[in-house]
Structure formats: C-alpha cells, structure tokens
Design a protein around this ligand. Sequence first.
Ligand SMILES: Cc1cc2nc3c(=O)[nH]c(=O)nc-3n(C[C@H](O)[C@H](O)[C@H](O)COP(=O)(O)OP(=O)(O)OC[C@H]3O[C@@H](n4cnc5c(N)ncnc54)[C@H](O)[C@@H]3O)c2cc1C
Length: 421
Amino acid sequence: MKRKAYDAVVIGAGPAGLLAAGRAAMLGASVLLLEKMEKPARKLRITGKGRANITNMKPLEDYLKEIHPEPRFLRQAFASFFNQDLVALLNGMGLETKTERGERVFPVSDKAWDVAEALVAWAKQQGVEIIHHARVENLILEEDRFVGVMVAGPGAPERIDATCGIVATGGQSYPATGSTGDGFRFAGQAGHRIEPLRPSLVGIETHPAWPGARGLSLRNIQMTLWIDGKKQGTEFGEAEFTEKGLDGPIVLKLSRRIVDARAAGRKVEVSLDLKPALDPQKLEARLQREIEKRGSGTCGDLLRALLPPQLIEVYARALGQSPAAPAARFTGPIRKKLLLLLKELRFEVVGHGGWERAIVTAGGVSLKEIDPKTMASRKVENLYFAGELVDLDANTGGFNLQIAFSTGWLAGESAARKLAL
Ligand SMILES: Cc1cc2nc3c(=O)[nH]c(=O)nc-3n(C[C@H](O)[C@H](O)[C@H](O)COP(=O)(O)OP(=O)(O)OC[C@H]3O[C@@H](n4cnc5c(N)ncnc54)[C@H](O)[C@@H]3O)c2cc1C
C-alpha cells in the first residue's frame, strides 16, 4: 500500500523528533512521525534517574562552555528555542517545572514520564500523526533530493512519500530504548560524513576496583585525571563506587577525555582527593590530633574518625593493617601512606561502561555538512537532522535534552518554512 504524501516525515519520536514534528505541524505542515518502538520517547522517560533534568536555566554563554565539540554551531538553534521557551511550552501544557541546584530544571512531579506524555499530547494537538512500531529502513533520495522513506512492515517494506524528511533517531547509547544508531546509516546514505562515535558520560572500570564499597557516594571530593602520568584536569564534586570502578557526576565530566585517551592507547589513571579542603600540612596536623585522641584504640577507630564506614576495611588492607590492630602502629611510614591514600588515591582506568551504559554519544553527523541556521543537510535537498545524532554532546545538567529540543524545533520550523515558499 502506498500512503498519501506528507509535507514532512520525521524519523524518531524522541525529544528532538517530537519538537520537530510539533513545530512543523504548528506552522501548517502535514506531518507524519515514525517511531520504531511501541511507545514514543522511551529514553526521555528514564532521563535524570526517572526525574528528567529537562534543561538548565544558565545563560547562553555558560551553556556554550558545557558543549562539545563546536558549541557556537548551536547559537541559531538556541536563538529560535531556548530554556525559557521550553519551560513556557511545558507550563502551557499544564506541566509545572522547578529549578534546583546548579540551575537544573525538573518537572514538579519528579516524573520524566509526565514530560514524555505531555510532549506526545502536544504534538498530537498540533496535528501530528504518530505511528509506532514503524522502523524506517532507508531514505528514498532522487537526484540529491529527499522524497520519502521505506518503512519495515509485517510484509514487504512500505514506501511513504514526503516533501521533507527530518532524521531524529538519536545516538547509539542505551540501545534498548530504540536509539541503535540507524540515523548514522541514513546520513551516510545521503553522503554525510560521520565523526567517530564514542560513548560519553559513562562510568569507568578501575584497577583496583573496590566492590566492597559499592554504592558509597562521596561528596565534596576532587578527582584528577592523569594521562601517561601527566595531570590533565580536575573536577570537584560527587563520585560513587561501583562493582567495577567509579561513577557519578565528576567521573562523567571527565569521561569524554578518558574514553578518547584510552582509545588512543594511552595510560589513563584517576586519583581521588578525599580531603580537598585540607592541604597536606593541615591534614597531617589533623591526623596527629586523631592519633593523640585515639592512640589507645584500634586502627579501625582511627580510620573511622577520617573515613566513611565502607572504606575502613579497604583502607586498613591498603595500609597492611587489620582494623583490630592497635592504633599505636600508625607511625612514620604508615602515617605517610595514609596521608597519600587520603589526598591521592590512585586508580588505573581499565575500561568503561560502553554503549549499554553511556548517557550520550559523542561524535555523529558532521557539523560541517549541516546548515546551523536551519539544520538542513548541505548534501541533500529537503533533508534535516536534529538531536543527538548530530556531532554535539554536552556535560550533565540538562544540556543534552535542551540540544535535542532546540535542534528539533529549528529543524521543524525550517522544514515548514521551506514548504511555504
Ligand atoms: C539513562 C539516561 C539518562 C539521561 N538523563 C538526561 C537528563 O537528565 N538530562 C539531559 O539533558 N539528558 C539526559 N540524557 C540524554 C538524553 O536523553 C538524550 O540526549 C536525548 O534523549 C536525545 O534525544 P533525541 O531525540 O536526539 O534521541 P532519542 O531520545 O534517542 O530518540 C530517538 C528516537 O528515534 C527512534 N528511532 C531510532 N531509529 C529509528 C528508526 N529507524 N525508525 C523509527 N524510529 C527510530 C528511537 O526509538 C527513539 O525513540 C540521558 C540519557 C540516558 C541514556
């Protein structure tokens, strides 16, 4: 069966596709949104640990510092639809939002699910037709012009004609949500260069790993990245011990550089400073005071005064002591080692969480071949790209979703305006 022709077909009903489809329909285009999963926006529904950190209220210049590799590319997309526009759109749908620490915005309900449902309802209200279980197999291109898509069906693949096509298929992390990287193949089909794809915002596997401390989250610590023995950056904040290594905000922040350095075959280490507020002299003085106070107790008693309970065993082992041994053993060399373990606890990075656990995909459709004013392909007429499949990614804090929303909005608007010409 050959379906009727649409003004625009949008591939992928994630945040970028929903905004692209809704905006194009709002401007009068007939829009079909194709989603291969049984439900739209599966990834959005699990964002922010189920709470959806939908955007960040920081000003534009601060945003640009959080984005890789070419933040200026987004100036136009952000000018057309930014954080306040998103909040206004959601509030207008009856979805209340709140701003938390670090200017991060969440729905008041703390439910990512509510954001997904509101956006789907909004897109439908604009007149978007959504089909689920509709996996696009290929773009149909004629003489460097987009003319439609082939969609897998129960029988033979079905052809759907449309004047414009917007590819919003996401990256390739968390593939169970539907983002399996299909859009990179479509972009390749249209002659676009794909910048190397790497998992980013991902936890690391370390040697040694401390599974005994799994789940322990340490706040106000400092992590330093070492590449081939040279210090390459520090982050201050929170990290968490996992079964195989480390995760949490400061790990994610450094993960882009960690993944790239490992891929280049370099030796990567991280070190933790558990007492960044104390310089070595002050820490030594503090240790001296603790030893004087607890000298008649055990090593365990002394360590407990300095560390969370989950770390007592591992620290005692690393110092070659039993927690039950007398604290009086903390003489010169052991004391020195403890100071080092508190200020510069080193781990070699031996792996990372991979595509299954990465929050975003770094790399993607090259920015050089997309017009930043419209998100249009510079290779194929009437073809647009939006969202994570474009070679843009950001730190945590709501920036990645805002990139998807902004580029989606601009792509939908540009397609609709082109149709009106
Ligand atoms: C666990 C987790 C937590 C996150 N938390 C946050 C957060 O709190 N804040 C933040 O800013 N970012 C967060 N992110 C990142 C954010 O979710 C993504 O950057 C964003 O979802 C990208 O939007 P998108 O529309 O480009 O792609 P996606 O959300 O990946 O949507 C793409 C859609 O396209 C569909 N699709 C793919 N191929 C086809 C095909 N061939 N045919 C039809 N449909 C297809 C997919 O099924 C999917 O529904 C998180 C990511 C993860 C994995």
